[in-house]
Design a protein around this ligand. Structure first.
Ligand code: M6R
Length: 610
């Protein structure tokens, strides 16, 4: 998830681009850059690593000026944050900014290298820049060259392109990553999101996938990928600037909850083959032989990431038939852990900077384990120190409460489980194909689950006054109960505990009275009947039952005060969908209580101290 801006008009583009990038910095902030067509018809670049302030410094030291330009703030996906990997990328007189992932970049790069082209970055983006340049050299005008190059790539993109040979144009295109066009009186703007253009215009066109926008100072033309004209109507934006930064959502957490269908797909993108029932993860170092040598898996993480690890244990054990232990990082590092030969150590960390997780990973390496990290932040310490990385590609998560990073971790871990199972021969390719088909349907099911947000907001109004909550789940949904309780307590400051439902009568049942909401996860899986018995135990003590289920039959309805429906899926995948109503419930309760949803007290997004 990166931020793109573009400008063409009568003014100096530099302050407009920098201001737009500042408003998009929430989308990524590991490096930034500008390309501006100067008065002599040359395109000049300025790029810098780190936050936007560094780029501003570079621009003030080496000023540039011009009335056409594009800019970018980066959230690295391919290649660590560095000046060479920062956008815009240049090939000859052509420059490009990109948000998304070019899935087939490796094969295209091989082809382009074979033609004698050279690369100056490790990004997937530079491939696209070469493809457009190749089409231009074949005599196509910039818009046609862009369309022809896009026909050669697979993956997601929002791009902005300009060329010294066609100085009056900026071309944008989108597929799977957001891109809007701003319509000024005598200027046109391109941006990943509305806030970047709000100071200049409130009239925007939202591009759809497969559309190309050709911007000039006098207006904008939109076409499809075949060049056919697409009539578009503009929308007048009446959000205030703060709302606009959150995409119209009241808080980043709510925005990130609703982004999950997209972020989940991004994690899966280009990493499986349905035909072969295989998972292929770039950067995952274990070949078939090495997978065969694994004798146990040790997963280590903190907080929400630890909950993802607890769920992954069920997947790896049942699919790959490997023993798995899951540890809290701060415990692992201090307990003289056993790491026998054949241990695959998996750390899970959104930030890649959590001190305890890093220390545990170092300890495991010291003891000879192969280490893999499941991480969201490219170039973070965990990714630099691990033997291999599986990036989650969820985009920056701003809300302190982890939501989309969690479900993307689950997507990555499920792929890992299938990969291990295929490598060990414990899963046939037919069985793997069926599971992968269910997995790639999850984003659609997520949309359905999120469409019920209104019901959950209404329920939150009835529950927000409670002092304690219990969350119960069994088997693979027990970690979801832990996650639901953590979400609620961290942002609403209500005491909440997650328990395996079967443990209820061993202690926590003493807490139940008519004041305590008990959220029970009840998918129709192998332990459904057992969960019904637990509902009965709660009901007999007057507890308020909130049942979350994938088919609200009579037995559930008769016992529960409220039922939250979740779309049905494969029993192994239920935790991914069952997490969503719990995130929404925590969000609405917190908001109703007037808490600081995105920055709850005493917490930090990244815990870099012990
Ligand atoms: O960046 P990490 O995944 O390593 O962070 C681990 C925890 O600090 C984090 O998941 C925390 O529990 C979240 N605030 C939960 O919403």
């Amino acid at each position: 998830m990166c931020g793109i801006v573009g400008y063409i008009g009568p003014g100096d583009s530099v302050p407009i681009l920098l201001d737009g990038l500042k408003r998009l910095e929430y989308r990524g902030y590991d490096s930034a850059g500008l390309a501006v067509l100067n008065g002599t018809g040359r395109i000049e670049l300025r790029r810098s690593t780190g936050k936007l302030a560094n780029l501003e410094k570079v621009v003030s030291q080496e000023p540039l000026q011009g009335s056409t330009g594009i800019g970018h703030t980066r959230w690295a996906t391919h290649g660590p944050p560095s000046e060479a990997n920062a956008h815009p990328h240049r090939v000859g007189g052509l420059v490009l900014v990109h948000n998304g992932i070019i899935e087939n970049h490796m094969e295209l790069k091989k082809e382009l290298l074979g033609e004698g082209r050279s690369f100056s970055s490790e990004t997937d983006t530079e491939v696209l820049c070469h493809l457009i340049d190749r089409q231009s050299k074949r005599g196509l005008a910039l818009p046609e060259a862009v369309r022809a190059a896009l026909a050669e790539v697979r993956g997601t993109y929002a791009i902005g392109v300009m060329s010294e040979s066609e100085p009056g144009l900026v071309v944008g295109a989108r597929n799977g990553s957001p891109l809007i066009v701003g319509l000024g009186a005598d200027a046109s703007f391109l941006a990943s999101d509305v806030p970047a253009v709000l100071p200049y215009t409130r009239d925007v066109i939202f591009l759809d996938d497969g559309e190309v926008a050709i911007l000039s100072a006098s207006g904008v033309e939109v076409t499809g990928l075949e060049g056919e004209r697409r009539p578009k109507t503009s929308t007048r934006i009446d959000w205030n600037p703060v709302m606009a930064e959150r995409g119209g959502y009241k808080h980043f957490m709510l925005k990130e909850i609703h982004e999950q269908p997209r972020s989940f797909s991004d994690t899966l993108l280009g990493r499986y083959s349905l035909e072969r029932g295989e998972v292929e993860i770039e950067g995952f170092m274990l070949d078939e032989g090495a997978v065969g040598d694994i004798e146990q898996v040790v997963i280590v993480a903190c907080g929400t990431s630890w909950h993802a690890g607890l769920i992954a244990r069920y997947w790896i054990e049942s699919l790959a038939r490997l023993p798995v232990t899951v540890d809290i990082a701060s415990e692992f590092r201090y307990r003289d852990p056993l790491v026998p030969p054949g241990t695959l150590f998996v750390s899970i960390t959104q930030s890649g900077e959590t001190a305890d997780t890093l220390a545990a990973q170092r300890e495991a390496r010291r003891r000879g384990a192969k280490t893999v990290t499941i991480c969201n932040v490219v170039g973070s310490t965990a990714t630099r120190e691990a033997d291999a990385v599986i990036y989650t590609h969820a985009g920056p998560e701003i809300g302190v409460a982890s939501t989309k990073a969690f479900t993307s971790q689950l997507a990555a871990l499920f792929l890992l489980a299938v990969r291990l199972a295929r490598g060990r021969g414990t899963l046939t390719n037919d069985a793997a194909r069926c599971l992968l088909e269910d997995l790639i349907r999850i984003p659609l099911r997520m949309e359905e689950a999120l469409a019920r947000a209104g019901e959950i907001a209404a329920l939150a109004r009835r529950l927000a006054g409670a002092r304690d909550f219990l969350y119960l789940g069994r088997g693979i949904n027990f970690p979801v109960a832990l996650e639901g309780a953590l979400k609620l307590k961290e942002i609403s400051y209500i005491h909440a505990e997650g328990y395996p439902a079967g443990e209820l009568k061993h202690g926590p049942i003493a807490l139940i009275d008519e004041q305590v909401p008990v959220v029970v996860l009840a998918p129709h899986d192998a332990v459904y009947e057992k969960v019904l018995s637990n509902l009965e135990e709660v009901r007999a003590r007057g507890g308020r039952i909130i049942a979350v289920t994938d088919r609200a039959d009579e037995s559930v309805r008769a016992r529960a005060e409220a039922v939250l429906d979740v779309p049905a899926t494969h029993p192994l995948l239920t935790p991914i969908l069952f997490a969503l109503p719990l995130q929404l419930l925590a969000y609405y309760v917190s908001d109703l209580k007037g808490c600081d949803v995105d920055q709850p007290r005493n917490l930090a997004k990244s815990v870099t101290v012990e």
